[in-house]
Design a protein around this ligand. Structure first.
Ligand code: NAD
Length: 424
């Protein structure tokens, strides 16, 4: 390998797994992580690759490739969503699994990190084809999942209905209902009240804390990239709490209004049209422009690697709250930090989802269900405490919020891994 390679150019070509490993290496140095534990945490514990034959509506069979990766389970069973997307790669799933280990540790819930994915284009598949795919994928990964082993959940383009099929398939194989095998289920089959909006709500709670910390006035302007589970609910909850939503986008493009978008009408439009594009209450903007829109709070809530060294200098927000996983490249992180922009890292800003997934799992095991107010109140306490832990570590170590969060999280996973030791 050439040693004269330009560092910034080299960083830009990092894939998402290398980016995740780089983040760990970085924090290992800062907190003086034991070298053997560092080596242990750098790789996933287990990778399962499966071929998923699916009977399509045409009568033909197609074979899809899918993965379940378990990164670390020292603190408890694996936890992490399943993604259906044409661009899924094993490296992406490995990165997402590693991030789940840190996220669960940061919010201090008793889970390890895992993630799953299937390379497919769910938008071009019928409901029947999606059901066939989900049931066969569940069957293939059933050797590694279970309420005490590894508990999947929704991620990009997987829905509560898909979680219900996972629960049913696993339950049928065992001969009785096992709701605790998966979270993010519909309420009717053991889901938790508040789970649908939990990722967005957790994001709101930490943004509220950051606003107070930075002394920003209420009524701040918010731009959101992505308008699915995380983004749409963020728009609704932020608007309900007095923030002004000025720009949003989805995979087809965006819409903006400096005076604020009417979120209720926008959500109805998205429901009817399947996109925010064409909404009459604002002007059309591109997906990229949303990131650079004039605002105090930017919420990337779509996919990875969208904030780069190229656009980071032009971001106007004072707070970037990463509802999406991995939206910011490492070099962009440094630029934002130098520009005094507070980045609330993904493992903090979107941890509300896994936290209420934990509540759902607890309710399934106890067979005792909580009221939504209790769910939201417990979520708030966990998010506020995690924000404080992150800020305290960032200040003490004189690092940015991402490194503060990693210091807390990696420290906890390392401690559990060290205490348990190595089984021969
Ligand atoms: P989703 O499938 O509900 O929505 C994804 C959204 O992103 C859609 O609006 C889609 O149009 C948009 N999108 C897709 N490609 C895009 C592109 N190239 N540019 C702009 N927008 C694009 O998924 P989700 O559950 O909201 O997940 C979004 C992000 O949040 C992911 O990074 C996911 O890992 C993360 N996340 C989700 C949860 C959860 O509970 N759903 C929890 C933690 C983290």
């Amino acid at each position: 390998m050439s040693t004269t390679v330009d560092r910034s150019a080299a960083q830009s070509t990092l894939n998402v797994w290398q980016m995740a490993q780089r983040q760990l290496d970085n924090i290992a140095q800062i907190i003086g992580l034991d070298a053997s534990i560092h080596q242990y945490l750098r790789e996933p514990k287990r990778i399962l690759t499966v071929s998923v034959p699916v009977r399509m509506d045409s009568g033909e069979h197609r074979v899809f490739e899918g993965y379940r990766v378990q990164h670390n389970m020292s603190r408890g069973p694996g936890k992490g969503g399943i993604r259906y997307h044409p661009d899924v790669t094993l490296d992406e799933v490995k990165a997402l699994a590693m991030w789940m280990s840190w996220k669960c540790a940061l919010v201090n819930i008793p889970f390890g990190g895992a993630k799953g994915g299937v390379i497919c284009d769910p938008k071009s598949m019928s409901l029947q084809e999606l059901e066939n795919l989900t049931r066969r994928f569940t069957s293939e990964i059933s050797i590694v999942i279970g309420p005490e082993k590894d508990i999947p959940a929704p991620d990009v383009y997987t829905t509560p209905q898909i979680m219900a099929w996972i629960m049913d398939t696993f339950s049928m194989q065992h001969g009785y209902s096992i709701p605790g095998v998966v979270t993010g289920k519909p309420i009717a089959v053991g889901g938790s009240l508040g789970r649908d909006k939990a990722t967005a709500r957790g994001c709101l709670y930490v943004v509220d804390e950051a606003m107070k910390e930075l002394g920003l006035a209420p009524g701040a302007r918010v731009a959101i990239q992505g308008f699915g589970n995380a983004g749409l609910h963020a728009a609704e909850l932020f608007a309900e709490t007095g923030y002004k939503i000025v720009a949003v986008s989805d995979s087809r493009g965006g819409v903006a209004n400096t005076n604020g978008l009417d979120v209720r009408k926008l959500v109805a439009w998205k429901g009817e049209q399947g996109t925010v594009v064409g909404f009459g209450g604002g002007e059309k903007i591109s997906n990229k422009d949303v990131l650079e829109y004039e605002c105090e709070v930017l919420v990337p809530a779509a996919l990875e690697k969208v904030i780069t060294q190229e656009n980071a200098p032009r971001i106007k927000a004072k707070i970037v709250a990463e509802a999406a996983n991995g939206p910011t490249l490492p070099e962009a992180d440094d630029i934002l930090h130098d520009r005094n922009i507070m980045v609330l890292p993904d493992i903090l800003a979107n941890a509300g989802g896994v936290t209420v997934s934990y509540f759902e799992w607890v309710q399934n095991l106890q067979e005792l269900f909580w009221e939504e107010q209790a769910v939201n109140e417990r979520l708030r306490r966990i998010m506020e405490r995690s924000f404080r832990d992150t800020l305290d570590h960032a200040r003490r170590l004189k690092v940015n919020m991402r490194r503060g969060a990693y210091a807390v999280a990696v420290g906890r996973v390392a401690q559990a891994t060290q205490l348990r030791g190595v089984y021969p």
